[in-house]
Every structure is written in C-alpha cells, then in structure tokens.
Design a protein around this ligand. Structure first.
Ligand code: CO
Length: 162
C-alpha cells in the first residue's frame, strides 16, 4: 500500500463494518495470547547463538536438549516471546530431515495459549490436522501440541501452554 506519511487514506480502507468482518466471531474469545516463539532450524547451534549475541547483544536465557524431539534448543528472550534456535541432536530427527531438505530457516511458530487441548480441538474443528492429538510435554516445562502445516497455510504450528 503506497501511502505517504500523513496522507489521509480513503475511509473505506479502514472500515471493517462494510467488509462484513467479525460478525461470526464477535462473541468468541481469542485463543492465542502471545507469540510464544519463532523456531529457527540451524546446522550449528553455537554459531547461531554467537551470531545473535554479536548482532543483537542477545543472551541465551534457556537451553535444553529435548531427546523426544531430537533437538537442542537455545532460547533468546524478546519481550515476552522467544527466538528459539534449534539444532538436531541426531541425523534422523525431524529437524535434521528439515535441514537436509530445506536448509536453515524458520521451522515453526509457537502460539501461546491458555488451554492447549482446547486450542487443538478448535483448530481441528476449523479443518487443521493435528500431529499431536493429545497435548504432551514440551521444553521449559510447557505443554504443547503440533499441528501439521498442511491445512494450516503451510506453517508448522506449535500450541504452547505455559
Ligand atoms: Co517450538
């Protein structure tokens, strides 16, 4: 949208009423409370940490090996969210396969919710396909469930309940 600063845009561009938005969802509670984390798959965790330290003055607030998922994570806090640098701990972990196929980059988005099971149920009702049908333990003592990118606009989603 090419608009100069201070230039008044036509009224209709800001109007939601005429677009018919919201009506079906007005009485629903928004389930997402925060972007919990953005997970970035990297080959070399130490190099990625060092990059974030150098570029941003960032420091790692939590580091954890999650054997079940075959990953080692380093969390960098940004306001009330995290950047989660994620490396594979073995060659046949899903993250290792992702790295082999797609290279380094954004792996998934973690959405923070108050009730993981309810959020899974709501996503499934909306047409999404769960990877975890039941919430399970995640890192940092959280409860999580992953939702398949197919059916979620190509984005691997992790629902995170603290
Ligand atoms: Co995650």
């Amino acid at each position: 949208m090419a608009s100069r600063l201070g230039e008044k845009l036509p009224e209709r561009q800001f109007s939601t009423a005429s677009a018919g938005w919201g009506s079906a969802y007005d009485d629903r509670t928004m389930l997402l409370t925060e972007i919990d984390h953005v997970a970035i798959a990297v080959h070399d965790l130490e190099r990625a940490i060092s990059f974030y330290e150098t570029a941003f003055g960032a420091s790692v607030v939590h580091r954890e090996v999650v054997e079940r998922d075959g990953v080692e994570e380093a969390l960098i806090k940004v306001a009330d969210s995290y950047v989660q640098l994620t490396a594979a701990t073995h060659d046949d972990s899903p993250v290792a396969k992702f790295l082999a196929k797609r290279g380094e980059g954004i792996h998934h988005i973690g959405y923070r919710v108050d009730d993981c099971a309810a959020a899974v149920e709501s996503m499934v009702a909306a047409g999404a396909t769960p990877i975890d049908t039941e919430p399970r333990p995640g890192s940092r003592g959280t409860t999580v469930a992953f939702i398949h990118p197919k059916g979620a606009f190509g984005t691997l989603i992790e629902l995170v309940q603290e």
